[in-house]
Design a protein around this ligand. Sequence first.
Ligand code: MRU
Length: 358
Amino acid sequence: MKIEGKEYRTIWFDDKNKIVKIIDQTKLPHQFIIKDLKTVKDAINAIKTMEVRGAPLIGATAAYGLVLAILKNNDQSFLKKSSEDLINSRPTAINLKWAIDRMMKKLSGINSNEILNLAINEAKEICEEDVKFCENIGLNGLNIIEEIYNKKKDTVNILTHCNAGWLATINWGTATSPIYHAHKKGIKVHVWVDETRPRNQGANLTSYEFNEEGVPNTIIADNTGGILMQRGEVDMCIVGTDRTLSTGDVANKIGTYLKALAANDNNVPFYVALPSSTIDWNIKDFKDIPIEERNSEELSHVEGLDENNKVKKVLIYPKKSKALNLAFDITPAKYITRLITEKGIHKPSRIEIKKIFS
Ligand code: MRU
């Protein structure tokens, strides 16, 4: 998708210099900086500090992290250790483990020089597949938006939480892909963008990428969605996910659950968009999903532009206060209208999900 009119992806391999390039998302929206990842440690650090974030993009970065590991040392024991360190860099998004497992399936036991090319090709393939899957999610989700538009004959108001946009994937996004497809088709859409405290992925990333693509959007404080739904100003909600159980229960950015409850109370359809790489086939009970707890400084401090256009970080809480920063919550399947995947539109039930994907 575009930034200042130029097409970008969120991550790519520089074949000439054998390094990985990313858009540093901790600097958006005020600075657009392309950063080099040269070592597996750089990749781990980029995931931990959220220079790259969003489930599919974390997975792709981990895959390229293994490429960088091999460039340093193609010994199998180093590869195994690197894959464990990458998997442990963030706990909730299952795509991380999914991508590492897929890479290791190709690379385990290979001791020849061929291993580097195998790794590069597989990491590129993971990215290409994600682009294709996100495009298909968009085409499937487009039908839902179009149906509302045909009935309403007026702008479709869509609420989204966090950033499940192209910046969270390689291109298109998951939750945003149907919106981009609708917008490109000339269907009038307007998006309510949840700010998404504490890291403000909605305000800093989702609104930013919509602006760059010309999609009308309005940032709202996280607690505003409820009253908008009561006033009939939300036609549908659509969010992404970091881990979807085969039961249809969904882990996503903290606050997603509360939006789903409000949507349920107001008969607003609540959709979750995901590629199949986000399905966890092992965990049966959502209480077993690991929920990331991040540094409380993400809550107590905010960053923005000062009067001299310089980025500045300031403390907004009483110095003595404690703060709890849980990064994800769980939305039970009963509050989800449908899951939208690359394969189609599905009821969030074990039977439907198994039928389609296993
Ligand atoms: O903490 P983040 O910014 O990595 O969280 C991202 C989300 O919660 C997204 O909704 C999710 O990863 C889906 S991305 C297509």
